[in-house]
Design a protein around this ligand. Structure first.
Ligand code: 7PJ
Length: 286
């Protein structure tokens, strides 16, 4: 059983899978010529996700969707810090900061974030040091390429082997830098430099990632892979996302990153109940 150690002697118990609710904090295009951040709206959305059963709120101020343009660190801070500070005052849920930038990691953790969710796996200059100093837990995600160009020509010989090798190396780098295993999460990075076949291979073979012996986070909510399988637009992928989350939990995922918290909480209870039976009977026979 996994526990994730967090700053301030807190911990996230992962005896059952949990949901990480996605909170995108990007400018409201309807006011101030697109520069206004609706802090109270963002906080209200987060509190709703907590009420719906989210264990973690993942706050992000820069889109990492394919083709998205980078945002400077000070602008990213301007977006996320007021939201994290307000959340800290109003709830004791865990808060992760979805960023690749060391400056944002540091400021967000000072403001009360206790998990760093880095789709770049702390490879940016200064990111590893920022994570060590913050004392926060870290989610290490696999990505081939970089967000702006990653979907142009993804290529793997064996996607599962390559993701495992990459994550293993990043785990070793964290351990060498002084981040203990008890603070690490791993994530195969669905949709990050991957074609549909690659995403499906990862989902089907997710149990192989258990070799790294770390809690597994996955995010497929609303992603293109669901659209490719169902023909649905981004706002019509709830059922597909819930199905994908259930399969991920059956295959060992412990944290599900989702925009649709209430539905995902219910779905993973079903999947976790079945997984518990499978595990109990396989431990008797093996
Ligand atoms: C992920 C993420 C993911 C982790 C995004 C989107 C793209 N962080 N941040 N895993 N995806 N750990 O939500 O469509 O899959 S942003």
């Amino acid at each position: 059983m996994f526990n994730l150690e967090l700053p301030g002697n807190r911990r996230l118990t992962l005896s059952e899978p949990v949901v990480m609710g996605v909170l995108n904090v990007t400018p409201d295009s309807f006011s101030d010529g697109g520069r206004h951040i609706d802090v109270s709206g963002a906080v209200a959305a987060a509190l709703r996700m907590v009420a719906d059963g989210a264990a973690i709120i993942d706050v992000g101020g820069e889109s990492t969707r394919p083709g998205a343009e980078p945002v400077p660190a000070d602008e990213e801070c301007r977006r996320v810090l007021p939201v994290i500070e307000a959340l800290r005052r109003q709830t004791d849920c865990h808060v992760s900061i979805d960023t690749m930038k060391p400056e944002v990691m540091q400021a967000a953790c000072r403001a009360g974030a206790n998990i760093i969710n880095d789709v770049n796996a702390l490879r940016a200059e200064g990111a590893m040091q920022a994570a060590v100093q913050s004392g926060a837990a870290v989610c290490l995600m696999h990505m081939q390429g970089e967000p702006r160009t990653m979907q142009l020509a993804p290529r793997y010989d064996d996607v599962v082997d390559e993701v495992l090798e990459f994550l293993g190396e990043r785990v070793d780098a964290c351990l060498a830098a002084g981040i203990p295993r008890s603070r690490l999460l791993i994530d195969p990075g669905f949709g990050f430099g991957k074609r549909l076949d690659d995403n499906l291979a990862l989902l089907a073979h997710l149990p192989r990632l258990a070799a790294l012996q770390l809690p597994l986070l996955v995010g497929m909510s609303r992603k293109g892979m669901l659209g490719q399988m169902t023909g649905r637009g981004v706002d019509e992928r709830l059922a597909a996302g819930v199905a994908a989350a259930s399969i991920a939990v059956l295959n060992g995922a412990l944290i599900i990153r989702s925009h649709d918290v209430a539905a995902t909480v219910d779905a993973i209870k079903v999947a976790a109940s079945v997984r518990a039976v499978t595990r109990a009977s396989s431990s008797v026979t093996s």
